[in-house]
Ligand binder design. Sequence first.
Ligand code: UDP
Ligand code: MG
Length: 325
Amino acid sequence: MKESNRELPVLYLVVPCYNEEEIILKSASVMRDRIRGLISSHVIEKSSRILFVNDGSRDNTFNLLADAARKDDIFIVVSLVGNTGHQNALWAGIMTASKADIIITIDADLQQDINALESFIECYKKGAEVVYGVRNDRNSDGTFKKLTALTYYKLMQVMGSRVLKNHADYRLISRKVVDALKEYNESNLFLRGLIPSLGFPSDIVYFDVKERTGGESKYTLSKMFRLATDGITSFTITPLRIISFTGFITMLFSVGFSIFSFIEWIQGKNVPGYTTLLLVTLFMSAIILLSLGVIGEYMGKIYIETKNRPKYLIDCVICRETEEE
Ligand code: UDP
Ligand code: MG
């Protein structure tokens, strides 16, 4: 294993991009200036790079990035065959950045404050192997995003998943962490939960979130929902326990209700019929269907995991030194 250079590390900034043609060039130039600045002030090594992962964009993102990479060797483009999703794109970037001592992942829209990079690296130099970027507030988000995010973190907490509140995927990881991650082969990737669970010494950097300057959020509601379920199902089986618990409680309830009905019957009273029957049936069917859904969710996950398919396929890598197709 290569001993990483803590004094003057090689940094790879990993940036997943999906249909970001409107802002990608602006982001790229801001990132380049920042990285060049860090190189000239001897914070990072001069062979540090910005690695864009083109996550199967259907717009002009790839061409814009490829042009940039052909002109300037600070940029590298790894283009994936299809759209694999944010988490897999991050994984692809992390796994390809083999020359890096440290990797910082950041979104292409530059909503996350790029000036925090220096603080990330400072924490690393002081000994942290993981540095989490945590956002100060959610003022730049719409009400809907705020609400879903809040519910999400609450739910994760209740379910016992180890995630840091208001930490998205803006973080630094060292070579040690990358090597550890390589041992994890899960297809249902949820880095925000996986990385804390590794247990490396970590630190936190707080930063401000800006509004998106162009384009729209690529996290559709269904993608957000998938990320949320992945976050829960890949780390905890609490939902399955909740089902067993609900089953147990309904069993107690039905025993009680049976005894009550039986006594009523012996006493010759009229047991209330239609409404009770209807409510109990509806209630039970709902619980059964919901439980089946949760079990099905886990079963689906097992199915996907056993197939052990690759998380991404690389179409081409573009950089000035070696252009591979
Ligand atoms: N992204 C990606 N693949 C996807 C969806 C998103 O690579 O399928 C990238 C996107 O280009 C951006 C980052 O993931 O760099 C975060 O997405 P976005 O800014 O749309 O999410 P939000 O900030 O709204 O949560
Ligand atoms: Mg964003």
